[in-house]
Design a protein around this ligand. Structure first.
Ligand SMILES: [Zn+2]
Length: 212
């Protein structure tokens, strides 16, 4: 006597026929080919730069990113309107200039001003600026408490607030090494991605400051 088996209430779904399976596999292959092709022609750069093994030929960068450049000018103008004279003291830095700066306070004279070697700073990609204040007498100062426009607020922090409103992030917010004159705009690019040759070529102002 065969062992008892309960009556089947549901009929199992029909197995796909070999023809259906072949169709599905072909579709999958097409999809994979499409993704590979898209990667090859660099259409998916945003995805590709997230993959740590990808690299591309870096664009020749010799100055500030156009958006950073324009927003720096806006920063100066907006601060002038507040009675604060901002001077941009540094912008794009070549790898060599960065390496030289790194030696300051280490093998060269002066205080340590950076923890970044060539290629490790947003300055090396034209995506950072440093600023100072200029007093009425025309002297450059790095005084976080100076209140030149006498509105009972430190000018330095007023500048930082304007800069953040424009989309910059501030080195004074860094946890370990506070870099008070430093403002940067990364457009979502990490240093690692920039080092692998990716660069925000198509970012424009509208993407950074909505409504301006
Ligand atoms: Zn800086």
């Amino acid at each position: 006597m065969p062992p008892y088996s309960p009556p089947q209430l549901h009929t199992p779904p029909p197995r796909p026929s070999p023809r259906q399976r072949r169709g599905r596999n072909a579709l999958l292959m097409l999809l994979i080919l499409f993704v590979l092709a898209a990667l090859l022609v660099n259409r998916f750069e945003a995805v590709e730069r997230l993959l740590p093994w990808t690299k591309q030929k870096p664009p020749a960068i010799t100055g500030l990113h156009p958006v950073v450049n324009e927003l720096s000018e806006q920063l100066v103008k907006k601060c002038t309107a507040l009675g604060i004279h901002v001077v941009i003291t540094d912008g794009f830095r070549s790898h060599d200039e960065q390496n030289a700066l790194f030696q300051q306070g280490r093998t060269a004279h002066g205080p340590i001003v950076t923890h970044a070697k060539g290629g490790q700073s947003y300055h090396n990609y034209g995506m950072a600026i440093d600023f100072a204040l200029k007093t009425e007498k025309g002297k450059l100062i790095w005084d976080l408490e100076y209140d030149g426009n006498r509105n009972k607020h430190a000018d330095w922090l007023e500048v930082v607030a304007v800069a953040k409103g424009l989309g910059f992030s501030w080195g004074g917010d860094w946890k370990s090494f506070k870099d008070y004159p430093h403002l940067q705009m990364d457009f979502g690019y990490t240093i690692d991605q920039l080092q692998r040759g990716f660069y925000p070529l198509h970012e424009h102002k509208a993407a950074v400051v909505p409504g301006q």
